[in-house]
Design a protein around this ligand. Sequence first.
Ligand code: NAP
Length: 242
Amino acid sequence: MLILGGTSEARELAAALVARGVRTVSSLAGRVSSPRLPAGSVRIGGFGGPAGLAAWLAAQRPRAVIDATHPFAAQISAHAVAACRAQRVPLLRIERPTWRPGPGDDWHYVPDVAAAAQLVPRLAERVFLAIGRQQLEAFAAVAECFFLIRCVERPTCPLPPRHELVLDRGPFTRAGELALIDRHRIGALVTKESGGAQTEAKLLAARTRRLPVVVVRRPPRPPAETVATVAEAVAWLEQTLA
Ligand code: NAP
């Protein structure tokens, strides 16, 4: 089984399959220097585009591929669709359910981080930027705001002139997020539409403090057979392998 990973769902799936005696290879992009490693075998680094992934599938002949990557990892998901089709390997995607605003929430959906960077100065002067580190450059020219930037690893791109960096890895708690928001007198939050429970605490805290939230929409991914949970993926695999 090839698991395209880099998420908590991918680690949960690897653990569940290894416990059932299934041989798994989890694939990580290699973005973070000390990743949390899943159970089973692990390979790290890109495949070299859809053709590289197809060649890997041809050589290794996994029974199925599970795309358990993050909803914003659109490129590898597209490569998985193309390569699995070319090699006739069954493909399943785990796509965590998205978040929905609750009563009283002041959410502003934007199509991408560039639109988020344009919008934030109109919402608040002190902004909690929780979008990871890969797309922070979009905010580098926003001088009107102070940004509290939280990510797992130190960013390498240009950052906005007024910022503080917090290097931390979730899961986070609502109480912890509230403390962070209060300590830095945050007036707005920027998040990706990642979904799932792991990173939801910041939204619960923003709701409590009645903060406006800028939500960057998920990029489109090509259609694939999709389930929402690891348990559904295990059930699908049991059927596929039977
Ligand atoms: P991406 O834009 O879809 O992928 C860019 C390239 O990175 C791909 O073309 C592929 O290189 C390589 N790659 C990505 N995921 C890979 C994997 N699991 N195994 C092997 N190669 C992979 O992906 P991304 O947004 O940079 O995300 C990279 C990884 O971080 C993913 O595993 C994802 O699950 C995880 N992650 C991403 C986010 C996010 O917000 N984007 C958040 C949390 C975790 P080749 O073309 O050379 O094969």
